[in-house]
Every structure is written in C-alpha cells, then in structure tokens.
Design a protein around this ligand. Structure first.
Ligand SMILES: [Zn+2]
Length: 294
C-alpha cells in the first residue's frame, strides 16, 4: 500500500485522517517522526502517552512520577513549528497548489508571517533537495538550451531603498526536460562557463542566443549553436531557446514576489522553481519526502 501523507490531495483529506494523536502515529509509520525514544536521564526505552490531546514520549519512573518526557517531534522537521500537525500538513498541501499567502492565512487562520516563515522552511528543503539530487543534464549529444535572465531586487534598509539587478542563469535539456538554474554574480564568459561545466555534460549540443559571454562555448562543449534574437526567434537550422525562456517566465513572478527579502530566501524561491520543474507530477511526493527523518 502506498503512503498516506504524500498522497494527500486537499485539506479535507488531512481532516479525514484523524486528530493530532492519530496523525502523529501515521507520521511515525511513514518515518516523518521517530518510532522510538530513549530517556535522556536513565537511557531506558520511553513509551507513548497522550497528554491534552498531544502524543508525547515519557519514561515512567514509578506509578506516580515521570522520569522524563520528550516531544515526539524532536529531531524532525515538525520540531521547527509549534502549529498542530494537521495545520502543517494542510500548509504543505496548499503550498504545493501554489495558493497565495493570503488564501492560506484565511483558510488556516494563521498570521501572514507564520505562513511566510513556514513556506521559507519548505524552500530551504528545496535547496537541500536540489543539492542532494544534483545531476548534470545533456550528454550523448542531446540539446541543452541555456539562457540568462534578470529581475530587479529591492533591498530595504533604514529609510533607504536600493535597487539591485539580480542575474540568474540556467539551462534545460530539450529531450529529458531536466533543468538547472542558479543566481550568478555577473554574466561574464568566465562565470557562465563555470556554472555550465558544473551542470552540463561536455558531449552536449548547447543552444543559446548570441550574447558575447557564450562566444567560446564550442571550445568546451561538443557543439554550440546560436540563434540571433535581434534577427529571429528560431534560426534557419532550428536553433531556439524557447523552452528555457518559458521556464524563466513562469519562475519570474515568484521571484518578484520575493523582492525585498534576503538573498538566502530568494535562493529558496529559485530552488523551489527548479525542484518543481524537475519533479513534475511527483513534486508533492518529493517535497513530503524532504520532511522525513534523515
Ligand atoms: Zn528515565
């Protein structure tokens, strides 16, 4: 039988699974929470009990006294939040559906900051996911389209607001539809080449526009073909960068929403976009997987 949590389809599905205690037990079964605990004082195996509706670990000293107690969330993703388990699961489901912060706040009766903080936890997990599942794209003479793009980031300081152009760069394999994307400090040939070598196999046909920073890519990759955008969208030989440009268009609106937040958070927005694209229909399953114990 498949797992229950990763298959949640809507917030009502969460309610149908039961109360805090029942949800905690399901989370234990599916390795989101530890299935056992050892007393920190006497090293004895702890047992579960329910206290005011919440499942906790306890070490029973005598009939009237606990040696120690421990949260069942200890050491898990769920320890980051004081929200009820049901609320956390609903937040994840609504996040996957790209619900707005406003809608989630109203639906779950949470303050805007609580919703924003929680979604940032999920974006941090996307960063970790991408790092752990990093794989070069292309290879075998497949075509990889590359493109760089930018948006204006606003930085708020004390009474000042300064604009900063943030460049990001990435590529997508036209065949496997796997992509990479990251922020770059500049778009010099040297910077872009370093990112490409890290993310793209050398036996790849690279398609790009005629930006000067790409001029020497043919020396590193098997083949480099160019479409001159001032002249045409698709070259006579069929070279275009439409796939990667479409991806940037989808990704830019959440990135713009993140304006004014820290660089680390903006990284999270980009990472989430990359994880969503590469995971396709399996995004929710993979996102829940990042909430499990290591
Ligand atoms: Zn004990």
């Amino acid at each position: 039988m498949g797992e229950v949590i990763a298959a949640l389809k809507c917030t009502a599905d969460v309610d149908s699974l039961g109360n805090e205690e029942e949800l905690s037990k399901i989370l234990m079964n599916e390795t989101y929470l530890r299935g056992n605990a050892v007393c920190s004082k006497c090293q004895k195996t702890m047992t579960l009990r329910v206290k005011r509706g919440v499942l906790i670990w306890r070490c029973r000293d005598s009939k009237s006294r606990d040696c120690s107690t421990q949260s069942v969330r200890k050491g898990s993703f769920f320890e980051k939040s004081k929200l009820e388990i049901a609320t956390i699961l609903k937040l994840v489901v609504l996040h996957v559906k790209k619900a707005s912060n406003k809608l989630i706040g109203e639906e779950l009766k949470l303050s805007p900051n609580t919703v924003i903080d929680f979604r940032n936890f999920l974006r941090e997990n996307a960063l970790t996911f991408n790092r752990r599942n990093h794989q070069k794209i292309g290879g075998n003479m497949r075509v990889v389209q590359i493109d760089e793009s930018a948006f204006h980031s606003r930085k708020y300081g004390r009474g000042t607001q300064r604009k900063e152009l943030k460049w990001f760069f990435g590529g997508v394999c036209a065949e496997t539809r796997q992509m990479f994307g990251e922020f770059v400090p500049d778009r010099s040939a040297r910077t872009l080449l370093a990112v490409l070598v890290k993310n793209v196999e050398l036996d790849t046909v690279v398609h790009s526009d005629d930006w000067t920073g790409y001029r020497k890519l043919g020396e590193t990759f098997a083949k480099h073909e160019v479409v001159v955008h001032s002249k045409e969208f698709v070259s006579e030989s069929g070279v275009h960068t439409n796939l990667i440009e479409a991806i940037w268009n989808v990704l830019k609106s959440p990135l713009k929403q993140a304006r004014g937040t820290s660089d680390a958070m903006i990284d999270g927005y980009l990472a989430e976009g990359v994880m969503r694209y590469n995971s396709g229909d399996l995004y929710q399953e993979k996102l829940f997987d990042t909430l499990k114990l290591d």
